[in-house]
Design a protein around this ligand. Structure first.
Ligand code: RIB
Ligand code: CA
Length: 314
C-alpha cells in the first residue's frame, strides 16, 4: 500500500511537538510523506505555535518542511489558550534553538489548497489542535474536498472533558469549526481523551526515549515538563501523548480500536459548549459520521513512537 500523504495541522504544544517529530521520523522510514505543517492558535497564540513548529522541525533535522501559519483566533469566539499546561512559550521545558528556517509565505488555507491541488493522489489531514484552519479550508475550497481521503484528528471525548467537565480543549476552543468538520461528510477518525489517556508517557517510557540519543533526550525533557503540569493540574501520574495517537492511527490503524458512531458538537450551551456528543449506542438513529477510537494498543503505540524517533538526528 502506498504511504499516506499527510498535512499536520498543529498548535505546539508538547504533544504536538512529539507528533511532529514522529511524522519526520516516519517520513525518514518511508512510512508517510509529510507534505507540510499548518499552525493554528490553541495551546498558545499563533505566533508562539508557529515559532514552536519551526523550532521543532529544525531540531528534528527537517527545516525544509513547509510551515504555513493559519488562524490566530477561532471562527467566532475569542481565543482560549493553555499556558497552565504548556507554559508561557507554549513549549516550556528544555531550551531549544531558534529555527533555521522561516515560515512559508502562504497562509495555512492557501498552503492546504496548493498542496491538495499538487498532490498526485489523496491526502490525509491530521489536525491536532482546534479545527479552525480545517473548517476555513473546507469552506473556502469545497472543490478540493475530494482530494482529502481521511481526517485523523485529536479532539473530543465520549466521556468527560479536560477543559470543562464536558469539553476537550481542541473542540472547546472552536466548537463551530469542529461542528463543520464532523458534518463535512469526510471520513473522520476521532482520537479523543478516551483513547489518548491510555497513552501516558511515564518514567519508564521517558527513560526509553532518553536512550534514543539527542532527539530522544529532548523529547523526554519536554515530557518531563508536561508531566509536571499534568500532575499539578489533573493529578495524572503520566502526561498523555494525545496528538501522537492521531498520527499513529494513520501510520498503523490497527493500533486503535474504533467504533462508528454519530458525533455532534454542542455550540449553544454555555455549560457544555464544545462537548462532542457521541452516540455510542445509536439511540439517535442519525447516520454515523466518525470512527471514534476507544482502545489503544499501548505497547504497539510506544514501539511505533520509539521506532520513528530513533532514526532522527539531533
Ligand atoms: O486536549 C488535548 C489537546 O489539546 C492536545 O491536542 C493538546 O496539544 C491541546 O491542543
Ligand atoms: Ca495539540
Amino acid at each position: 500500500m502506498s504511504r499516506p500523504r499527510v498535512i499536520l495541522d498543529v498548535d505546539p504544544g508538547h504533544d504536538d511537538a512529539v507528533a511532529l517529530m514522529m511524522a519526520c521520523g516516519a517520513e525518514q522510514r518511508e512510512e508517510l510523506e509529510l507534505l507540510g505543517v499548518t499552525t493554528v492558535a490553541g495551546n498558545a497564540t499563533l505566533e508562539k505555535t508557529t515559532r514552536n513548529a519551526l523550532r521543532v522541525l529544525s531540531l528534528a533535522g527537517r527545516p525544509d518542511v513547509p510551515v504555513a501559519a493559519g488562524a490566530a483566533a477561532p471562527l467566532v469566539r475569542p481565543l482560549h489558550t493553555a499556558e497552565d499546561i504548556h507554559g508561557e512559550s507554549g513549549l516550556d521545558g528544555p531550551e531549544i534553538p531558534e529555527a533555521v528556517s522561516g515560515r512559508d509565505e502562504r497562509a495555512a488555507v492557501a498552503f492546504m489548497a496548493d498542496a491538495l491541488r499538487e498532490a498526485p493522489g489523496p491526502v490525509t489531514l491530521v489536525p491536532t489542535g482546534p479545527l479552525t484552519n480545517v473548517a476555513a479550508f473546507l469552506r473556502s475550497h469545497p472543490g478540493l474536498k475530494k482530494k482529502i481521503s481521511h481526517v485523523s484528528l485529536m479532539g473530543g471525548s465520549v466521556g468527560l472533558g479536560n477543559t470543562t467537565p464536558a469539553a476537550e480543549f481542541n473542540i472547546y476552543v472552536d466548537p463551530e469549526a469542529a461542528r463543520q468538520v464532523f458534518e463535512s461528510g469526510l471520513p473522520v477518525t476521532m482520537s479523543g481523551l478516551d483513547v489518548t489517556h491510555q497513552a501516558g508517557a511515564g518514567t519508564a517510557e521517558r527513560e526509553r526515549l532518553r536512550a534514543l540519543g539527542e532527539v530522544g533526550e529532548t523529547v523526554a525533557g519536554f515530557l518531563d515538563f508536561f508531566a509536571e503540569t499534568y500532575e499539578s493540574v489533573f493529578g495524572f501520574d503520566a502526561p498523555p501523548l494525545h496528538d501522537p495517537v492521531a498520527l499513529a492511527a494513520v501510520l498503523e490503524p490497527e493500533l486503535v480500536e474504533v467504533r462508528s458512531m454519530r458525533v455532534d458538537v454542542e455550540c449553544e450551551s454555555t455549560l457544555t459548549r464544545g462537548e462532542t456528543v457521541c452516540d455510542l449506542y445509536g439511540v439517535t438513529g442519525k447516520p454515523a459520521n466518525a470512527e471514534v477510537a476507544l482502545k489503544l494498543d499501548r505497547e504497539g503505540f510506544f514501539e511505533l513512537l520509539y521506532r520513528t524517533l530513533e532514526g532522527l538526528r539531533g
